[in-house]
Design a protein around this ligand. Structure first.
Ligand code: IMP
Length: 217
């Protein structure tokens, strides 16, 4: 496992919600995170069919353009009753005809498909969020870290915090959606530690242990 030695890290994402969350997760380690959008990097086409492939495409594009280690997150929502869709196409489901992304529209699409399948009861509405982090160096070497969180899709959407599909996702064992949680609650940061909550915080904890040493939270 290759370690991260310098303090500079490029966050290979143009998604503001993800960049904000990765920035929050990185902050306790004293790393300086610079986003691909701030650096003016082009957004590569995500042509992979797995979270790992798409994470590599984004991380390698940023690492080779900047000559700095780059961290990408490829993530999505996998709905059991929809045969794990939208999966790697989670962001695409939000796309409108004019090319803009609209997550109210995307959440409604998931809900309509659940209803078409007769998924009315909580135990028919299971889903998980997956996040795969890829840390890639300019020479192409890559390390991967995956986090998952299981839960249930609720309707109507609740809460205005977070981003993307957060207002319809209620993690197992919680009474509120991610959209109703503060950033600290969604990460699962509690006094005294314990397992993180969100898929991204879980993947990040593996990345931190493997590549950053013991410093930080
Ligand atoms: P991609 O990784 O850029 O392909 O996009 C993944 C999509 O999954 C995002 O655009 C979000 O809509 C959704 N997603 C990923 N993580 C989260 C999360 O933590 N909350 C809500 N939606 C998420």
């Amino acid at each position: 496992m290759r370690k991260l030695t310098g303090k500079d890290l490029v966050v290979a994402s143009h998604n503001q919600g993800k960049v904000r969350e990765i920035g929050e997760l990185i902050a306790p380690y004293g790393l300086t995170a610079r986003s691909a959008a701030d650096l003016g990097l082009a957004e590569p086409e995500e042509t992979g069919v797995t979270f790992e492939e798409n994470a590599y495409i984004k991380a390698y594009a940023a690492a080779s353009a900047t000559s700095l280690p780059s961290l990408a997150d490829d993530s999505g929502l996998c709905v059991t009753a929809l045969d794990s869709a939208p999966g790697v196409y989670t962001a695409d489901w939000a796309e409108r005809a004019d090319g803009t992304r609209d997550f109210a529209y995307a959440m409604q699409k998931v809900e309509d498909k659940l209803l078409e399948r007769g998924a009315f009861e909580p135990d028919q509405r299971g889903a998980m969020f997956v996040a795969t982090l890829c840390l890639c160096w300019p020479d192409g070497h890559a390390e991967y870290f995956r986090g998952e969180v299981h839960g249930e899709l609720i309707w109507p959407p609740m809460g205005t915090q977070g981003f993307g599909y957060d207002p319809v996702f209620k993690p197992e064992g919680e009474s509120r959606t991610f959209g109703e949680m503060s950033a600290e609650e969604k990460h699962g940061w509690k006094p005294g530690g314990g397992e993180p909550l969100s898929h991204r915080a879980r993947a990040f904890a593996k990345f931190a242990t493997a590549c950053l040493g013991e410093a930080g939270r």
